[in-house]
Design a protein around this ligand. Structure first.
Ligand code: FA5
Length: 358
């Protein structure tokens, strides 16, 4: 019985060393020290021993029992102590290292605001490919191959290798998306989406297309090679220039958070008739001239006009029944006006001293 007692004691101590949760501890306590527990059974067996054995083993058994009870108590305190320690937050500790969180680029912020404004006026927001077919970028917009208006767009052409099959790196994708393989250009404006949308949705139609455009441009404070435009198109019955100016005023005053004054100058774009260049009165100097408006008092913000009948036809819409307005605005220029930024090149600079201000 002495050996049995020692074996059991070691077994219990081994188990107690491994125990991690109070549930397991409780189960062990019942298994060994409970009313029907293994140690309890041994202790009961002492009653059947001779007086001499009872004396020795009884003493030993009681010591083992007391020792084990103490060990169980200690194990319990350890488990409860560590659980409490885990849930404890020491508010006096230093806050630790601050993790720098990024934020949206100012152009994206302005784009999001524009999208909200236009969706509130019932316009849908569409997207289009940045690598565009010559057909959608020019032909369908009433700018045939020989047309001098192509030169004003400073386009990056992606040339087709002659004598070989048309295989651009994304050849399959291109024919899959465009329905035809053709010469490709980095889109110089967002206007190609006008045709795509008219073909897909028909009339009446209200949409805007924010997106990146590319031009082989001589760079200066107002000109970038990669910038953002917002295309707008509204087609319906009796759409006029008043509708155009009303929507533009709503948009510009919504973004710039002040009343804006517009100036319409005649402008030539083959896909509208009549066409305009639209300026806004400089919101920084309010007219007399400053560096932001190059001392002119006005800043060119967009091209616009009433959709040319040929473009409506190319989009599958009857120009006898429907008319529409379209505009294309530089989002970078609008952001410059909104935040008083003096050079467009800041946007693509990646300079955190600039970006962290927004
Ligand atoms: C166009 O791109 C026409 N597609 C706009 C249009 C759409 C006219 C629908 C009629 C109907 P334009 O080249 O003027 O037009 O560019 C439109 C606007 O984009 C400009 O008013 C200007 O705000 C901005 N923009 C043009 N070139 C640059 C550039 N290099 N850098 C920054 N912004 C530019």
């Amino acid at each position: 019985m002495k050996k049995q007692l020692e074996k059991l004691k070691n077994e219990i101590i081994d188990n107690l060393d491994k125990v991690k949760s109070s549930d397991v501890l409780r189960a062990l306590e019942i298994k060994y020290l409970g009313r029907k527990g293994e140690l309890t059974k041994i202790l009961r067996g002492i009653a059947d021993l001779s007086v001499e054995e009872k004396k020795i083993l009884g003493k030993m058994a009681n010591e083992v029992k007391t020792e084990l009870q103490a060990k169980f108590k200690r194990a319990k305190e350890m488990i409860e102590g560590s659980a409490a320690a885990e849930g404890f937050i020491d508010v006096t500790l230093p806050a630790g290292e601050k993790i720098n969180r990024g934020h949206l680029h100012p152009i994206t912020q302005v784009q999001n605001e524009l999208e909200d404004l236009f969706t509130s006026m019932g316009f849908m927001v569409l997207d289009g490919p940045e690598l565009e077919s010559d057909y959608y970028a020019f032909e369908a917009l009433n700018i045939p191959a020989h047309h001098p208006a192509r030169d004003t767009q400073d386009t990056f052409y992606i040339t087709k290798e002659t004598g070989k099959e048309t295989k651009s790196p994304i050849g399959d994708l291109v024919s899959g998306v465009f329905g035809e393989a053709s010469d490709l250009v980095m889109r110089p404006h967002t206007s190609p989406v006008q045709i795509r949308a008219m073909r897909k949705y028909g009339a009446p139609l209200r949409l805007v297309v924010p997106g990146k455009v590319f031009r082989s441009e001589a760079l200066d404070a107002n000109h970038e090679h990669t910038f953002y435009q917002l295309e707008g198109l509204m087609v319906g019955e009796d759409i006029s220039i008043s509708n155009l100016t009303a929507v533009l005023k709503e948009m510009l005053s919504g973004i710039l958070k002040q009343e804006v004054e517009l100036r319409l100058r005649p402008g030539y774009f083959p896909f509208v008739e009549p066409g305009f260049e639209i300026d806004i009165k400089c919101t920084i100097c309010n007219g007399p001239g400053c560096p932001s408006c190059k001392y002119g008092g006005w800043l060119e913000m967009l091209g616009a006009g009433l959709v040319h009948p040929n473009v409506l036809r190319a989009g599958g819409i009857d120009p006898e029944k429907y008319s529409g307005f379209a505009f294309g605005m530089g989002i970078n220029r609008l952001a410059m006006m909104k935040y008083g930024i003096d050079d467009i090149r800041w946007f693509n600079s990646g300079d955190l001293r600039f970006l962290n201000q927004f």
